[in-house]
Ligand binder design. Structure first.
Ligand code: ZN
Length: 399
């Protein structure tokens, strides 16, 4: 049975001085317990399994990932560990405790309004000079030096400074310091009311089917501050910079075998430990495929998988305020003209200015003019005009 270590990482302080802390669970690879082998991991020998980092609950209401990490901890104790695996539940102690009435908020910093998952660090200006400087370096040296450079940048951000850091940056950078040591990063989130779906960089789409998730969003290279991007963008830009300089590297292969995903595990504000066990097994299917755990216990399921490019992931905004009866289920194609939802407007019910034929105007059916795949919808029946009513795949394809 494998044992794990548990550390408590401090990520900030409340006004009364109480530390804001995050638990960090770590498994060490079976073969890699000596210092020698750990440094070998860092120099990227091809035979060495990738290091893994998994976190959950950066957004306060998105709690299922904590249950998944619980199940992963249970299962990994009996797995053949080929990689060092770090697991961080409750990644954001402020977001996690940000309540209003019975509801958890925690998607945005309540003071600044910033999205907690948009505060990670990436400095694109380091890429080109690094590629120029290491144009003829060995692959092992490129990997080790670039990992070091990225880590040094985060350390420098976290070092005491005259001007300090925002609350959100401090949390994000502490997590990022752990994540940067990994070759595989899984950031566990949920939608509001949502199907399971995966944000996947386009270069790593061959891996997507190992997650046992039916819906995949393919995202281009671009940094918008999120954890997944913070981990793959530096490498993707570096690979492109080398190609521009004439050195032939492929993103996703060799030293550029770096993968990071945002995994959307369903709906917010709920955990289901039985589903979490399935979710954990689904993540282990991917980790086994990547060689992070041994054996052949976890196999991808037969399912119809749909993908859509990020530009075709559309938001349908509520055309009016009202009370919404959400009709479209998730994950099944919804034909053009079929209703997404009906919006109740009691304020015009029985209104004498509306003639008999239009009496049903108190009830508005809303639909789209093309076939779509509904992925998630707004969490409340009470919507103002312009609320994000549904998010849907358009121009989707099986893959
Ligand atoms: Zn989220």
């Amino acid at each position: 049975m494998n044992t794990f270590t548990k550390e408590i990482m401090s990520v900030g302080e409340m006004a009364c001085g109480t530390k804001l802390t995050v638990p960090v669970f770590s498994f060490k690879a079976e073969e890699n317990s000596s210092e020698d082998n750990l440094s070998a991991v860092n120099t990227a020998e091809q035979s060495i399994a990738p290091n893994v980092y998994i976190q959950a609950n950066m957004h306060g209401a998105e709690v299922q990932g904590n249950a998944v990490i619980f199940q992963l901890l249970e299962l990994l104790q009996h797995s053949e560990l080929k990689a060092n695996i770090t697991l961080v539940p409750y990644a954001n102690p402020i977001g996690n405790s940000h309540k209003s009435g019975e509801y958890t908020l925690g998607r945005f910093d309540p003071i600044t309004g910033e999205n907690w998952n948009r505060m990670y660090h990436f400095d694109q200006s380091i890429i080109k000079p690094f590629a120029e400087q290491h144009l003829t370096s060995s692959e092992e040296e490129i990997k080790a030096r670039f990992e070091q450079l990225v880590a040094e940048q985060i350390d420098a951000k976290l070092a005491p400074s005259v001007w300090g850091l925002s609350t959100g940056q401090r949390i994000a950078y502490q997590l990022q310091r752990l994540a940067h040591k990994a070759d595989i990063v899984l950031d566990l989130h949920t939608g509001p009311i949502s199907s399971k779906h995966l944000y996947c960089a386009e270069y790593s789409k061959a891996s997507a089917k190992y997650f046992n998730i039916e819906h995949t969003l393919l995202i281009p290279n671009g940094f918008d501050g999120a954890m997944d991007e913070a981990n793959f963008c530096p490498w993707w830009y570096l690979q492109e910079a080398f190609v521009d300089l004439g050195r032939d590297f492929t993103m996703g292969q060799g030293i550029f075998d770096k993968e990071a995903y945002t995994v959307e595990l369903g709906s917010q504000e709920q955990i289901d430990l039985d589903v979490a066990k399935e979710d954990a097994r689904d993540l282990l299917t991917y980790l086994q495929y990547k060689g992070a755990i041994g054996g052949s216990e976890y196999q991808p399921k037969e399912m119809t998988r749909y993908a859509c490019h990020l530009k075709d992931y559309k938001t349908y905004y509520a055309p009016m305020g009202g009370m919404v009866d959400y009709l479209a289920g998730f994950g099944k194609p919804l034909a053009a003209g079929e209703p997404l939802a009906r919006i109740l407007r009691m304020d015009v019910y029985g209104d004498s200015s509306i003639n008999k034929e239009n009496e049903s105007k108190a009830l508005h059916y809303v639909s789209l003019d093309q076939t779509v795949l509904p992925i998630l919808h707004f969490a409340s029946a009470n919507v103002t005009q312009g609320s994000e009513l549904y998010k849907v795949f358009t121009n989707y394809f099986e893959f």
